[in-house]
Write a protein that binds this ligand. Structure first.
Ligand code: SF4
Length: 364
């Protein structure tokens, strides 16, 4: 029996995957990749059954003006750059009302760190969205925005989270995690919050009953060990708080990013790596019910394969997407549920509509 077979047998017998074993799985080549995917599919089936969920959602990225300059970001602009935009109240409300008319249940808003933003700016945005789309769940911000609002307003991150929740924040995005290893963060996003700060703010959110997603951005200059360390941090947080709704692997879109153009990152993850990321997440994150495959980052065909390797969620319909598009991704604006249904039924599964917090709709 090979070492990988031994690890997979142990997982099937309900033993928790160690970091060492996860690293060995990330290094798999050849047929072992399929064996890992198959085991992840088995675990997915026994944990959450055959449904593949999705949420009807729309993004409103309020501005691309940002004080930071993360190396992997093709979205942000500086004052005076071509293509800088900023949505005012009327534009935000127009887009929120349009979202409501499309029967979305979630509006997702994450933006650049605008030089003039304070906590009040985030509060205003949530309140404007609530006025224009009163019944829509607001999934917004991330630990970086929370830290930024706290710094700009001279208050604690906990106070920011409380104010955001009062203003209508229903759940927070677990983005800005990238890779939770500070040496890597220094290379790809120097100005971003540290690993410790990301973890602290996420835990604060969970303590305040603000659920969050969890993400990883991989396929740039991190090592396999960095990925394992990242997953281990997420698993520890989930053991403590149970506040993560899902894990979302985000495959690095390289084309328009400074990191890639300067030769500091490779051209994204390979198909093997995309598949293994979903599968190993399913096996390692034994306390996460939901593993999402991102059709925006991976493309529809690779996302479908991810559903055969441990994934059980397709994310959102989107209707509007600009962050991955800025980095060079194509076809990111909207995925029709009919197309999702085609992908899902093609692999013998059933598409089920959900809310942001995974309440299921009786009819798709
Ligand atoms: S990733 Fe976010 S914080 Fe970093 S430059 Fe882009 S918009 Fe700004």
């Amino acid at each position: 029996m090979s070492q990988i077979d031994r690890i997979l047998k142990s997982v099937r017998e309900n033993h928790r995957l160690t970091e060492k074993n996860a690293l060995e799985l990330f290094q798999a080549r050849g047929k072992s990749v399929w064996d890992i995917a198959l085991t992840a599919d088995f675990v997915r089936q026994s944990m959450v059954g055959d449904a593949v969920t999705y949420v009807r959602n729309q993004n409103i990225n309020v501005t691309n003006l940002c004080v930071n300059a993360c190396g992997f970001c093709g979205f942000s602009k500086k004052k005076g750059d071509d293509g800088v935009y900023f949505y005012d109240k009327s534009e935000i409300q127009k887009r929120a009302a349009l979202a409501a008319s499309r029967k979305v249940t979630e509006i997702c808003t994450v933006s650049g760190l605008h030089p003039d933003f304070t906590i009040q700016s985030y509060i205003d945005v949530y309140q404007w969205i609530r006025e224009a789309a009163p019944n829509v769940h607001i999934h917004a911000s991330n630990p970086m925005e929370v830290a930024y609002a706290a710094k700009k307003s001279g208050i604690s991150t906990k106070e920011v989270l409380m104010a955001m929740k009062t203003a209508g924040l229903g759940s927070m995005c677990g983005t800005a995690a990238e890779i939770l290893v500070d040496d890597v963060r220094k290379k790809i996003c120097m100005q971003k919050i540290s690993t410790d700060d990301w973890v602290r703010i996420i835990k604060e959110a969970h303590q305040l009953k603000i659920p969050t997603t969890a993400t990883i951005m991989y396929g740039h200059c991190e090592t396999e060990l960095d990925r394992v360390k990242h997953l281990s941090i997420l698993r520890d947080i989930q053991d403590e708080t149970n506040g993560f709704t899902e894990f979302v692997p985000l495959s690095f879109i390289h084309m328009n990013t400074p990191l890639y153009k300067k030769g500091l990152a490779r051209a994204g993850a390979t198909g093997r790596e995309d598949l293994l990321m979903v599968a190993i997440a399913r096996l390692f994150l034994d306390n996460f019910k939901n593993i999402q495959v991102s059709w925006v980052k991976e493309g529809v065909k690779m996302a479908q394969l991810g559903l055969l390797a441990g994934g059980n969620d397709l994310g959102g319909t989107m209707f509007e997407e600009s962050i991955s598009k800025g980095a060079g991704a194509v076809n990111t604006d909207y995925l029709d549920p009919k197309e999702m249904q085609r992908m899902v039924e093609d692999i013998g599964r059933k598409l089920v509509r959900r809310t942001t917090l995974y309440e299921l709709f009786p009819n798709r």
